[in-house]
Design a protein around this ligand. Structure first.
Ligand code: FAD
Ligand code: FES
Length: 277
């Protein structure tokens, strides 16, 4: 009889690799076991625990939409395990546990305008939901995207962004911290892009993903614009080990980011000293 062990990863093959920026790559992955391949389901905003055998395991958001066939993750090369993944080639085998975490409240978003606010690699989980929304266009209202990167060459998902610009009822604004000679767009931090849009606040949900400092100042700017605490959603990153609520590595106060999150409403964490806002 097979004994279930939640810590044993399933084998998956890297089917494709796309370079997004100098330090971000998107990996297309496919389970080796056909039954897993056919029965895998996820909610935008959920993450996987990815193992590089002999090196370690890391939590990574799913960047593809459940409305599409491919399963994709987009990974920034920041350290030990991510650098090993960046050296992987098509055909290599990795391990996968998950999907884990709560994901975005997709059903509650139906009929609403959605204001996405992303920074850097934080666009990865947002991409999953943005593509899901555009694949189910009639179910959702206007889509805004405010996105910032360090430099123009650090902008991830450039092909997707071009497609999103052409979508019905969408408005997209980009900014960079440091422009190059060709950049004609905005320069400055992401929250300043809020000045460029006039959302109908009552019917809008804001969804933020990016570095903690960006989340902090964006939440502040949204509150000043009279967004309600329930209308502000963000995804958080914490150091993780198990991913399933057992090890206690990822807690913020009484919440575990791996099982209570990584998607939270501002109303859930308001005033939490660990967050600083
Ligand atoms: C729920 C969740 C979803 C994530 N989704 C993505 C994603 O889609 N794409 C992506 O590129 N990264 C994502 N991350 C971050 C990713 O897990 C870390 O970058 C990775 O674990 C670093 O591993 P490493 O061995 O390469 O780095 P290390 O050598 O361990 O560390 C390098 C640097 O990264 C920092 N770091 C390590 N782990 C984390 C972590 N969990 N969160 C933040 N900083 C960390 C360390 O403090 C150090 O400064 C996510 C993290 C979480 C918790
Ligand atoms: S990562 Fe182990 S409890 Fe969250």
């Amino acid at each position: 009889m097979k004994r279930e062990n939640i810590y044993i990863p399933n084998l998956a093959e890297i089917k494709g690799i796309r370079r997004e920026t100098p330090d971000v790559k998107t990996f297309q992955i496919s389970f080796v076991d056909k039954r897993l391949r056919n029965n895998f389901h996820h909610i935008p905003g959920q993450f996987l625990e990815i193992s590089l055998f002999g090196f370690g395991e890391i939590p990574i958001s799913i960047s593809s939409s459940p409305s599409r066939r491919e399963l994709e993750v987009s990974v920034k090369n920041v350290g030990y395990v991510t650098s090993v993944l960046h050296e992987a080639e098509v055909g290599d085998i990795i391990g996968i546990r998950g999907p884990y975490g709560n994901g975005f409240p997709v059903d509650e978003l139906r009929g609403r305008d959605i204001l996405f606010i992303g920074g850097g690699i934080g666009l990865a989980p947002l991409r999953s939901l943005i593509n899901f929304i555009f694949d189910n266009r009639g179910d959702f209202g206007k889509v805004y995207l405010l996105y910032g990167a360090r430099t123009p060459e650090d902008i991830v998902f450039k092909d997707d962004i071009e497609v999103w610009k052409g979508e019905n009822n969408s408005e997209i604004h980009l900014t960079v911290d440091h422009a190059d000679e060709e950049w004609k767009g905005n320069v400055g931090v992401v929250p300043t892009l809020l000045e460029k849009i006039s959302p109908k606040i009552k019917n809008t949900i804001a969804i933020i993903c990016g570095p903690p400092i960006m989340i902090k100042f964006t939440v502040k700017a949204l509150l000043e614009r009279k967004f309600g605490d329930e209308q502000i959603i963000f995804t958080l990153e914490r150091m993780m080990k198990c991913g399933v609520g057992k090890c206690g590595h990822c807690n913020i106060g009484e919440k575990y980011v791996c099982i209570d999150g990584p998607v939270f409403r501002y109303s859930e964490l308001r005033g939490n000293p660990d967050l600083g806002f």
